[in-house]
Ligand binder design. Structure first.
Ligand SMILES: Nc1nc2c(ncn2[C@@H]2O[C@H](COP(=O)(O)OP(=O)(O)OP(=O)(O)O)[C@@H](O)[C@H]2O)c(=O)[nH]1
Ligand SMILES: [K+]
Ligand SMILES: [Mg+2]
Length: 436
């Protein structure tokens, strides 16, 4: 598929910058390059002067031409690397959009063309978006793996197995009396389907890990008023992100800082001190603190070792680290019964706390090489897939069971955006010598 319009955009970041990259895709690309920069060799970097419509020089830079279909979008694509000033970029864009049939690209339009031209499937498109937005090392690794097709390959392999399974069942229905069809394939088929249900369920459970990679591992600091929560929060953030005073009830609302711990995104949340007798605003803050802790990946329960006070009921469910604070003024032996002892004032124990948080976050996201579903969309379609597979396992007639297999494979096809029926026939005829 080739679009009629050619599209152009500034593909690099905010200006001014050292270099700006201007990208064009579509049928007019070659003409634009030849007019602005002269003839260039395909896929080679060439240093040229770039000419405006009136023949004056806009800038000198590098030009690269990628002929379709072996380009990112599948169309003819070119990139101009120019000096990254606003004026140079503006003049280049003005000159290029001045050509007939060339316009500014819509957001995501290069990638949309790549998808429409079959250069990327849906999951790879989503992963590419994640890669562009990656902030942490874990996000980068995860997005890159999927942009390179790891997740798509997994879904494609399950889908192929289902198409094969269905082909076997259909063959048994249609050609049960023919010699070339193995007699009792269905036992093997259904045991493979059962195995696949287990594999898909296991994979789907990995969504929690993917969410932590994307949204961050959430650590909620909880404790009685004046336990030293905001002091710890500031020490971790390495700035005065929260107000600290000696007045109990200083913090009333939730505060959040985002950290990168060993390449993982971690969200640290400061909360209002837990106590019974509190004013209106503080009571709401305390409610929010409890709710936040209930959904946290890790709760740090702080207690002032110099002046211990109960934080009352702590929401159960989330893993908890009990931390004794203010070790600089606590009496010797006060640290018994705590998982960790810290002083935010002096900095004692903070490194150990950070490495403990990092280890727990790393454990929550599993192995670096795990293939995980990266979108709720995937999870929903995977659930539908296993629903159909379970229905197929317990179906009455072979025809209905084959139909459930078709629907299951269709859901996997929807995840990657490649649903077609032709491959079913291909499998039937490639596996057996029917009607030879
Ligand atoms: N000596 C010492 N004082 C500390 C330490 N951490 C906190 N404090 C003091 O304890 C008091 C309360 O600290 P905050 O960080 O505001 O305590 P909080 O738990 O956030 O209090 P609320 O927001 O009111 O619930 C302040 O006066 C701090 O300076 C510490 O490690 N050592
Ligand atoms: K306080
Ligand atoms: Mg506070």
């Amino acid at each position: 598929m080739t679009s009629k319009d050619s599209i152009v955009a500034l593909s690099s970041g905010r200006l001014p910058a050292g270099i700006a990259v201007i990208r064009i895709s579509g049928p007019r690309t070659r003409f634009v390059v030849e007019t602005i920069a002269g003839t260039v060799k395909d896929r080679f970097t060439t240093l040229r002067k770039f000419k405006a419509t009136d023949g004056s020089i806009i800038d000198r830079g590098l030009v690269l031409f990628f002929p379709g279909p072996g380009s990112f979008t599948g169309e003819d694509v070119a990139e101009f690397q120019v000096h990254g000033s606003r004026a140079v970029a503006a003049k280049m864009l003005e000159t290029i959009t001045g050509f007939e049939g060339v316009r500014h690209a819509e957001p995501g339009e290069f990638t949309r063309r790549a998808f429409l031209n079959g250069k990327l499937d849906l999951v790879e498109t989503e992963a590419l978006a994640d890669l562009v937005n990656a902030e942490t090392e874990a996000q980068r690794r995860f997005a890159l793996r999927n942009a390179e097709g790891a997740q798509s390959a997994l879904y494609s392999s399950w889908r192929r197995r289902l198409i094969h399974a269905r082909a076997m069942i259909e063959a048994e229905i249609d050609f049960a009396d023919e010699e070339d069809v193995p007699g009792s394939v269905s036992d093997a088929v259904w045991s493979d389907v059962a195995a696949m249900i287990g594999e898909i369920d296991l994979h789907t459970e990995g969504f929690k890990a993917a969410e932590i990679i994307r949204d961050g591992f959430e650590v909620v600091i909880l404790g009685a008023p004046n336990a030293g929560k905001s002091s710890l929060f500031n020490a971790l953030a390495q700035r005065e992100a929260a107000i600290v005073t000696d007045e109990p009830g200083t913090t009333r609302d939730l505060l959040e800082v985002i950290m990168d711990i060993s390449g993982l995104k971690v969200r640290i949340v400061d909360t209002a001190g837990l106590r019974e007798a509190a004013g209106k605003v503080e009571s709401i803050g305390i409610e929010r603190a409890r709710a936040k802790a209930g959904a946290a990946d890790l709760v740090l329960l702080l207690e002032d070792m110099a002046d211990p006070a109960s934080a009352g009921d702590v929401p159960s469910g989330a893993p908890l680290l009990k931390i004794g604070t203010k070790s600089d003024i606590a009496s010797a032996g006060a640290g018994n019964g705590y998982d960790l002892v810290i002083s935010s004032k002096v900095g004692t124990g903070l490194e150990r706390l950070l490495s403990e948080i990092g280890a727990r976050a790393a454990a929550a996201v599993g192995n670096a090489g795990d293939i995980l579903p990266s979108r709720l969309r995937h999870v929903e379609l995977l659930h539908e897939t296993t629903d159909f597979l379970r229905a197929a396992m317990s179906g009455q007639s072979q025809e209905l069971r084959a139909e459930e297999l078709r629907l299951a494979a269709d859901r996997l096809g929807r995840i990657i955006g490649a649903v077609d029926v032709e491959d079913l026939l291909d499998v039937i005829f490639s596996q057996f010598c029917i009607g030879k």
